[in-house]
Design a protein around this ligand. Structure first.
Ligand code: SF4
Ligand code: SF4
Length: 243
């Protein structure tokens, strides 16, 4: 989807050439081109155990090249048990919880992290940071993956760390009704060098016409991610220059 929070996460993981142990959810689509980040997908919750298994089979250095990614609802369903296993087995790995504040793939059901029950009534909300600390993970970082530079720095630090860490990549699903974006963007053809960096995001609104790159205004939601990868400031608000 245009505006998807996971697009930024996978853009960074691919840039860092990490092995990604994936899981079941809308974010499994990160296996597809052009993001091509997810290397394994077995079953719900398996991302964490598979990452731990790789570390134990191939040595601790493997954990410096690997991350597990798992959505918020899948983590609550069956990822937490794997994380406890990582704590118990002295893992130095990194788990990224893709917290989009909803259960995306199956139709936007609430889950214990959203603060509402399955009927949409207010419910006690599981705090992911406190939960990770409670099971023994000392390093827990929270970051909006659309802050690409900060997110990349956090991933580099946590993967390099000699202890287990959890990164909570927190940004709500673009399809949630309360999510509002800015104006539709367009590509200034006078500034565009056709470097195609923006194409690496895989946003369905960005179209390669061969002799030029353009943004389909009927698809763009104005999430403002693509200008962050364009080094030539060629992506602007439609109908006028960027301030
Ligand atoms: S990243 Fe910028 S310069 Fe490169 S193709 Fe996209 S709009 Fe053009
Ligand atoms: S074209 Fe850019 S601003 Fe529009 S939805 Fe795609 S990434 Fe977001």
């Amino acid at each position: 989807c245009a505006g998807c929070p996971h697009r930024a996460t996978y853009y960074v993981l691919k840039k860092l050439k990490l092995t990604v142990s994936g899981d079941i959810g809308c974010y499994t689509l990160g296996a597809l081109a052009p993001l091509e980040s997810v290397d394994t997908t077995v079953c719900m919750g398996a991302s964490v155990g598979v990452a731990l298994g790789m570390e134990k089979a191939r040595g601790a250095e493997q954990s410096k090249k690997t991350v597990a990614v798992i959505g918020d609802s899948t983590f609550i369903h069956s990822g937490i048990t794997g994380l406890i296993d990582m704590v118990y087995n002295n893992s130095k790995g990194t788990v990224i919880i893709l917290d989009n504040s909803i259960t995306g793939m199956t139709g936007h059901q609430h889950n214990p992290t959203t603060g509402f029950n399955i009927k949409g009534e207010p419910a006690k909300q599981v705090d992911l940071v406190k939960l990770c600390h409670a099971v023994g993970v000392d390093r827990v970082k929270v970051c909006d993956p659309f802050n690409l530079k900060e997110f990349e720095q956090i991933v580099k630090e946590e993967v390099a760390a000699d202890e287990l860490s959890v990164i909570i990549a927190q940004r709500p699903c673009a399809l949630l009704k309360y999510v509002k974006f800015g104006p539709v963007l367009t590509i200034n053809q006078d500034k565009c060098t056709k470097c195609r960096m923006c194409m690496k995001l895989g946003c369905p609104a960005i179209v390669d016409r061969g002799n030029h790159i353009e943004i389909n205004p009927t698809q763009c939601v104005g999430c403002d991610l693509c200008p962050r990868v364009c080094k030539f400031n060629a992506i602007e608000k439609a109908g006028g220059q960027d301030e």
